[in-house]
Design a binder for this molecule. Structure first.
Ligand SMILES: [Zn+2]
Length: 273
């Protein structure tokens, strides 16, 4: 028990450090101009930061929320991402222990966190993250299939009958990707303007990561969550009717939630109907 707690603490520290790195990656891919140093969360100057300012959480406090070189103010997002990633990684360890799920979920949630940040701040879901992540998701799906592994989030179909083919994880992953891509394409065509190509590709990536039918759960959660928050912001007059709210962050959070609880949610729903 004590050692479990110790490992969970190590995962918090590990997550906080990765969170700091994800902040730097998100900045590097969304701010290509002016050419800034990678080891600096500052958008406004090109100075590489001293190590002490780069230490997650502590560096943010030491810097007093301002770039130590050009005094530009730093977004609160930096420390929020660091703390969120730390807690998330500890949760993943607590839930799955030392399993393949731990490794896969640490990787996938890192991808979704970077996309969440770039979409909130720059309305961008860069291909430089989405495309390589899609390839890695397919390679992981291939390995899962070759080793006959069943990830905890995978929905298991009756092995006999035509649905049995869905238990092939690679096939399932491709089907999930195609389903996500097409469904969001249709949604984007119906609600013109609110959604872009980045969201459609993100839905394809989500499907490849979690497969079918989990992609349906994730899209449902993302669209419901996005719709409710957008309605709230409109009613509370925090956003105007003409302003667009990025949809990607909802898809990213829904993906993480679906990987954790999507299968249970789906089974619960199927029992209801
Ligand atoms: Zn600066």
């Amino acid at each position: 028990m004590t050692s479990n707690l110790l490992v969970a603490l190590i995962f918090i520290v590990f997550g906080v450090i990765i969170g700091g790195l994800l902040n730097l990656v998100a900045k590097a891919i969304s701010f290509t101009e002016p050419r800034t140093a990678f080891f600096s969360p500052c958008h406004d100057c090109s100075r590489s930061w001293q190590f002490k300012y780069l230490i997650p959480v502590i560096g943010y406090i030491l810097s007093g929320r301002h770039c130590p070189y050009c005094q530009a103010s730093l977004p609160v997002r930096i420390i929020l991402v660091e703390i969120f990633t730390g807690l998330l990684f500890a949760f993943i360890y607590w839930r799955y222990g030392f399993t393949w799920e731990l490794a896969m979920l640490v990787f996938y949630s890192s991808v979704f966190i970077v996309l969440l940040v770039t979409d909130i701040e720059q309305m961008l879901l860069p291909n430089i993250i989405t495309y390589p992540a899609m390839i890695i998701a397919l390679v992981i799906a291939l390995l899962i299939t070759l080793f006959n592994y069943v990830p905890s989030w995978a929905f298991v179909f009756p092995p006999t009958g035509f649905l049995g083919i869905l238990n092939n994880y690679l096939f399932n992953s491709v089907l999930g990707g195609v389903t996500g891509f097409i469904l969001l394409l249709v949604v984007a065509l119906i609600f013109r303007g609110g959604m872009g190509g980045g969201d459609i590709k993100l839905a394809g990536l989500m499907g490849m990561v979690m497969g079918f039918p989990l992609i349906l759960v994730a899209l449902f959660l993302g669209i419901m969550g996005g719709g409710l928050i957008a309605a709230f912001l409109l009613i509370a007059r925090l956003k105007g009717r003409k302003e667009t709210i990025p949809f990607g962050p909802f898809l990213c959070l829904a993906s993480i939630a679906a990987l954790f609880w999507g299968k249970d949610l789906l089974i619960w729903y199927l029992r209801l109907i």
